[in-house]
Design a protein around this ligand. Structure first.
Ligand code: FAD
Ligand code: DHB
Length: 391
């Protein structure tokens, strides 16, 4: 097989990249280890920042998001006895949208399928070759067991944190920075109307809790739990009791509405950045190059931002014979990656309980500052909702 761009991974980064390239008349082939159904139903992120929504709109992918997603002006930040609303629209002019990654993934898959995009699902043994040459390739075993090779001008690794692309950057060149956090999230999906109009991020001495949502009838909630937590030790009643305690704030008779839990899982948290994001004819985008802890709602948005920078760089390289934007892709993308890495670390360490009581004083001081000072609030709002594409 021959194409211009071989894309490894059909998550949000891979499918959106194939969509953006197709709009510029550039051909691609996508390979993916999982089935289309599995990829579309993975429960992951839920919040789209302003620039993500604008980009999806601008490439014809915003229709269902605008019709079925939920626009939010801001978030609530709270600690026991106090709940404060931060209005991102007042602070930055930008809102965010609650629209699950599952829905983004379905919209992307439908658009690519309508355009006749070649995607090989359920492949095995993906391997990258000749990345230092102008004829790199990707080999894999197709669903029927046939060995295939895609020869391309460029290979893009959009294969998340466990894919092979990251290691395609030679060991002598690559560097990584990592922070592992001493806590995880227990996440649940429940068939119950959200008990809040906007997301609640709650600091509590028992541990962080968050109330998010997927629709008018489906709630998504998270609890800070120790690393290594066995999900079977958390019965539904124990989860709802802990959420009610941590999210309660003793004002206006607010109550958390419990309901049937349909999904329950534990997510470890880490920050990770591998540099550079390009070597020879291999480019990395999304989780293949960087991971953030989920507290800042950045993972999916960062994957979108990477490919928004990469697609025009590949257009210049392949059509205009201008290697400039491709040569500066890594540096350009990493500016936003590090901004979001810092923001996600900051939100995480401000809101999660640690073993050191000194931290609790700093956290509460920080929370009081961002909820009482316009400058503090605007900084959080700009990072959460308002960074422009190409920041
Ligand atoms: P992915 O979505 O991981 O896609 C990579 C794709 O590559 C996958 O489909 C994978 O199957 C495929 N692949 C892997 N290996 C190969 C191979 N060898 N050959 C071919 N294909 C391969 N972010 C938030 O902002 N908020 C959240 O609440 C949140 N929750 C999350 C929960 C979980 C459990 C995880 C894992 C992530 C979560 N994230 C969250 C992060 C967010 O979902 C990711 O940042 C986002 O999916 C990144 O998109 P991506 O396309 O770069 O990678
Ligand atoms: C969701 C996840 C997040 O990490 C976050 O910060 C906000 C919302 C969610 O799953 O809805």
């Amino acid at each position: 097989m021959r194409t211009e761009v071989a894309i490894i991974g059909a998550g949000p980064a891979g499918l959106l990249l194939s969509h953006l390239l197709a709009q510029d008349g550039i051909e691609s082939i996508v390979v993916e280890t999982r089935s289309a159904e599995y990829v579309a139903s993975r429960i992951r992120a839920g919040v789209l920042e302003h620039s993500t929504v604008e980009l999806l709109d601008s490439v014809g992918l915003g229709g269902r998001l605008r019709a079925e997603g939920d626009e939010h002006r801001g978030i609530y930040l709270q600690w026991p006895e106090e709940r404060h609303h931060l209005d991102f629209v007042d602070l930055t002019g930008c809102s965010v949208w609650v629209y699950g990654q599952t829905e983004v993934q379905k919209d992307l898959a439908a658009a690519r399928s309508a355009a006749g995009q070649e995607i090989h699902y359920e492949v095995t043994d993906t391997a990258l070759h000749d990345l230092d040459t102008e004829r790199p390739s990707v080999s894999f075993k197709d669903i029927d067991g046939t060995r295939q090779t895609i020869e391309a001008a460029v290979v893009v690794g959009c294969d998340g944190s466990f894919g092979p692309s990251r290691a395609g950057i030679p060991q002598t060149v690559r560097e990584s920075a990592e922070r592992v956090y001493p806590y995880s999230w227990l996440g649940i999906l429940a068939d119950v109307a959200p008990s809040t109009d906007e997301l609640i991020y709650a600091w509590h001495p028992d541990g962080f809790a968050m109330h998010s949502m997927r629709s008018a009838t489906v709630s998504r909630l998270y609890l800070q739990v120790p690393n290594g937590t066995d999900v079977s030790t958390w019965s539904d009643d124990r989860i709802w009791d802990a959420l009610a305690t941590r999210l309660g704030h003793g004002q206006n008779g607010w109550r958390l509405r419990p309901g049937p839990i349909t999904e329950k899982s534990v997510l470890p948290m880490r920050s990770f950045v591998q540099t550079p994001m390009r070597h020879g004819r291999l480019f990395l985008a999304g989780d293949a190059a960087h991971i953030v802890p989920p507290t800042g709602a950045k993972g999916l948005n960062l994957a979108v931002a990477d490919v928004a920078v990469l697609a025009p760089a590949l257009l210049a390289l392949l059509r205009k014979k201008d290697a400039g934007p491709a040569n500066s892709y890594s540096e350009n993308a990493l500016r936003r990656v590090w901004r979001c890495t810092h923001f996600s670390w900051w939100m995480t360490t401000m809101l999660h309980i640690s073993e050191d009581p000194f931290d609790a004083h700093l956290q509460l001081s920080q929370l009081r500052w961002v909820t009482s000072s316009e400058a503090g609030a605007a900084g959080l709002a700009e990072n959460y909702a308002g960074l422009p594409i190409g920041f």
